[in-house]
Design a protein around this ligand. Sequence first.
Ligand code: HEC
Ligand code: HEC
Length: 224
Amino acid sequence: MHKFQKSALYRIASRSLRLPLALVIGGLALSGCRMGATDAATRGQEVFETCVPCHNSDGSGNAAVGAPNIAGMKAWYVEREVDKFRAGVRGMHFNDVEGMRMRPMVLSLASEEDVKAVAHYVETLPPVPHGSSFPGDPKAGAALYATCGACHGDTGAGNQDLGAPRIAGVDDWYLATELRKFRSGVRGTNPKDREGRLMRPMARTLANEDAIRNVVAYVETLKP
Ligand code: HEC
Ligand code: HEC
């Protein structure tokens, strides 16, 4: 067969293929858009199965592996942090033992839609309160908290506009761990971590381990 004939045939063949292919691609895109609220909720629950080994089926976490209690955590914050882990903006520091546990898990999520779905599912989980796991002086902590309230709110409820999460009702051991990470630069130093970089200087106002324990002891007295 002549070269010319071959390419002419190819052109005809590819032209006739183009339309069906376009239909298939269009159809896929449409079916994605059509995913209704119920589908998203079911999907969120399905995706959450991958979180259960560490965060527990009720989302209450597991201190032994450093996995925080995420039950009832706001979807906007879950989504943002999961995206940070996925992008390597969080959980990449060589000293971030827990972050490195978390990151590979969310890397396996297939799509941004799955991230959104699981974040919404986490928000629907009823909060599971835990008691204090270490002593501290909440009175001394109250004075230190004066700075924190500007972003996290007087009641520790968080402020989405400022990107500051709820910290009231969060386990004390986890709050203390994260404050240590911000102070040492294990968290909040990545140039792309806008919110972490906002938080890091705040954690550095806490002079020492006592200050961390005391401010956390105060946060534990706040009602979420
Ligand atoms: C292998 C254990 C493991 C699995 C599985 C896992 N995580 Fe985590 N996750 C962790 C650990 C450990 C941390 C704490 C990281 C740190 O200390 O910075 C964490 C942190 C988080 C945080 C940050 C909370 C905060 O207050 O900043 C969110 C949100 C989260 N996980 C959601 C999820 C979701 C959603 C899934 C499932 C798609 C999941 N995790 C799967 C171990 C895990
Ligand atoms: C200028 C605003 C601002 C102030 C003031 C501030 N924070 Fe934050 N804080 C943030 C932001 C934003 C984040 C979210 C960081 C991220 O996305 O990684 C955060 C995160 C945290 C976290 C991690 C929560 C989690 O779920 O992982 C803790 C703990 C915390 N702050 C405690 C404090 C304490 C204690 C103080 C006072 C000493 C304080 N913050 C003052 C803005 C602030």
